[in-house]
Structures are given as C-alpha cells and as structure tokens.
Ligand binder design. Structure first.
Ligand code: PSV
Ligand code: MN
Length: 403
C-alpha cells in the first residue's frame, strides 16, 4: 500500500491522522551525553573506537542524532562527567551545532565519600558535600540555559540494622529542602526513584510513592521522574504514570528497556507494548482528560541509556525511532470507541481497540513527519550510509566513559 492510501484508509476509519501528525511533529526527546560515551556492566567497560573524548564531541554526536531524527534538540548532561571550565562555552557550542542543554544531572554516586550515601549519609560533612555538589549543578544549569535538575540518589543500605530508616528520611528531607531553596524561579527539581541498586537491602527513594511524598513536601518546583528501568518486575508503569499525572507531579521520563535490572537497553526493544501503553496514557492526558493537558505538556521526555555492546549513535537513533513508533500508535487509538466499549463493560472490545492501534503500521505517518521536519525517512539507514561512522574513527580509542 502506498503512503497516500494509508492516510486515506486511516481517515476513513475515523482516526484523526492530522492531529497525530501535528503532535509527532512537535514531539522532542532529550538524549543523554553519557549515552554517547563508553559504557559497560559492573564487570567490564567496553571501549569502542570513535567514542567522544570530550563533552563537546558528545554534543557533536548528539547533533547528528538530532539532524537525522529532527526530534532531539536537547542534550542532558551529567556533572562531573561533563564538567568544563566555562559552562557558557558548552552552551555556545551546543547552539553552534543546533542544540540546547537539557537536564543537568548531579552525580552523587561516584565518590569514595558516598560509600554510605550522599544526602542521607550519617556524617553531616558528607551531606554538606552532596548539597554543595547539587548547588554547583544548579549554578551550572543557569549558565548552560537549563531549567531542569534531574536527581537520582544511590543512597541506601546493604544490611538490616546498618542505619536508621527514619533518621535517613529526615536527613533526606532536610538536605533536599536546602537544595530546593536554591532553585531559581522556573527551575524544576525532578526526583528519580529506584527500587533496587546499588544498595541491596533498601534504597532511600525506592518507589514513586516516596518520590511523590518528597516532591509534595518540597513544593511546586519538585516533581517525580519515572525511569522505566527502575521498577520491580511486573510493576504497572502506565498506572504509575496516571497516578503521578493525576497528582500533578509527573515531571519527566527516563526511557530505556530492561530485562533484569537497570540494563539501559534500547527503549522499546524488549517491551514495545508497555512503552505504547505508557504513551496511551500520556496521549489521553492531552486529548481525553484535557484538564491534565498543561501538566502533560511540561513533561521532560529523556532517554537514559548507556549502551555497552552496541555502537552508540545508531543505538540512540533506534531508541528515538522506537519512542516515535510507540507514540504514533498511541496517538491513533480510537478513544471514542474505547470509551463506548468501557462504558458498556465490553472487555474484549475495549482491549481490541487498544490492540488495534498497537498493530497498526505507522511507518507511513512517521515518514511524513520526518519529511516535514527535513529529516530522512529512515534515520538509521541514513546514518549508516553516511560518512559519519567512518569519520569518528579518527578519534581513536579511549573516549570518555561513565567512570
Ligand atoms: C541511575 O540508574 C540512573 O538512572 C540515573 O538517572 C543516573 O543519573 C543515570 O542512570 C546515569 O547513571
Ligand atoms: Mn535514570
């Protein structure tokens, strides 16, 4: 079927393809600077030739992903991995290559002082150090033109009795409040939760409920960040998304895919249906539960992946394409038919409406969206056929990694 026929066929089915096209045309997803660097498991960091050696080279790679997808104009940075003498230069270089800096991520997990935690550490000196680091990131965010601090803590304990849960919670609230007080107007603090790792017995922010509680206690500039890789097996992430949206506290996403833990695999690789169901709820907030529209529109969509065995740039492009595919399918759910089926208690019809959208081939729509954005119809093929993969080999081995 030609692309033209595809459009008329969907319109005949009563689907609002023009609305979906416009939404996809606006949709942007931030890529992470660390996703361009060397990465691995806790057993081995695999070095690849051509990996960026500096924060500026990471921006160059991110710019290629943006040019080919038309959807990734922002890059998240991680401090100190992306620490530079002059953040204004980082901002200027990002602009030069057609990007802006997105979320600034403090690093509170790679310093010997953080062995027993950072913001929850029993020693006030270490807590001070962690607070000072986040303050440095807030200042850096101002300089690079970012309005988002994205905070993940590795804090937790390995053994029963190692520390006092309540004392740790109070330390966390106290330190977070101080950090929150330093946020300039308009800057958000996104709080990420993680059910497990690297602490084995408990983590201080294990779930969305705890993150929500903290965000509520802090104030309107604090929101929750959902990282798809951070849940227990079987968690219904789409329900979490709905709860956070309904509480007006959903601030952002870290997209990735996982099999067992925080594997940082290509988003939508193992679990495309889950990704689609998450987008179904986000699309609903835009077009069905329209009282949530403003909340849905300020969500920061970000990829958080460190590719260990895959070549970095194609893996990032594939990730962006998978996100766009899931979103396109969600945009083409027949929400009217769904509401009718739900209201009449027709379980199979309701499930069928959702499944129908998932099974739709949305490539013609995505090709058109890319064409309108000035991007190639197949960004991944365009990358592989370009001379960029060859050109970056001149960088050699020994690029920057996550440690
Ligand atoms: C931790 O697992 C995490 O999801 C946080 O977002 C970190 O900042 C990121 O991964 C990179 O390690
Ligand atoms: Mn994350």
């Amino acid at each position: 079927m030609g692309d033209r026929n595809w459009f008329s066929e969907q319109e005949e089915r009563g689907l609002d393809v023009a609305r979906a096209q416009a939404f996809l045309g606006r949709f942007q997803i931030e890529t992470p600077s660390w996703g361009y660097g060397d990465s691995g498991t806790r057993f081995k960091v695999f070095r690849q030739a051509g990996v960026p050696r500096t924060p500026l080279e990471k921006l160059e790679d991110a710019a290629v992903v943006h040019r080919l997808t038309g959807a990734c104009s922002k890059v998240a940075i991680h401090i100190p991995w992306d620490r530079v003498d002059e953040y204004a230069n980082l901002r200027a270089y990002a602009q030069e290559v057609g990007l802006t800096i997105g979320a600034v991520n403090p690093n509170l997990f790679q310093d010997d002082d953080y062995r027993l935690g950072s913001l929850c550490h029993p020693d006030a000196r270490v807590r001070e150090k962690a607070v000072a680091h986040i303050e440095e990131c807030i200042a850096a965010a101002g300089e690079v033109g970012s309005d988002t601090i994205s905070l993940w803590l590795a804090d937790g304990t390995n053994y029963p009795g190692q520390d006092d849960f309540r004392a740790r919670k109070h330390r966390l609230l106290e330190t977070l409040s101080r950090v929150y007080g330093k946020l300039p107007v308009g800057m958000r603090l996104l709080i990420e939760y993680k059910y497990f790792e690297p602490a084995f017995y408990h983590t201080d922010i294990p779930d969305w409920g705890t993150a929500l509680l903290l965000a509520r206690r802090l104030g309107p500039q604090a929101q929750v960040l959902v990282d798809l890789g951070h849940h227990p097996h079987g968690a219904n992430v789409e329900q979490i998304v709905v709860n956070l949206l309904d509480e007006r506290k959903l601030g952002g996403f870290h997209f990735n895919s996982r099999r067992y833990a925080d594997d940082d695999l290509i988003v939508g690789a193992a679990d495309p249906y889950e990704l689609f169901l998450i987008f179904a709820e986000l699309v609903k907030a835009e077009f069905v539960h329209t009282d949530l529209q403003d909340d849905a529109r300020q969500i920061a969509y970000m990829i958080d992946q460190s590719h260990a065995i895959e070549p970095k740039i194609p893996a990032m492009i594939r990730s962006v394409m998978n996100v766009q595919t899931a979103l396109a399918k969600a945009l083409l759910i027949d929400f009217g038919a769904l509401a009718t089926a739900q209201a009449s208690g027709d379980v199979l019809a309701a499930e069928g409406v959702v499944r129908d959208a998932f099974e739709l081939d949305v490539r013609p729509l995505l090709r058109r969206v890319r064409e309108l954005a000035g991007a190639p119809p197949d960004p991944l093929q365009a990358y592989l056929r370009s001379d960029y993969p060859q050109r970056i080999l001149a960088r050699g081995m020994g690029g920057q990694g996550w440690n």
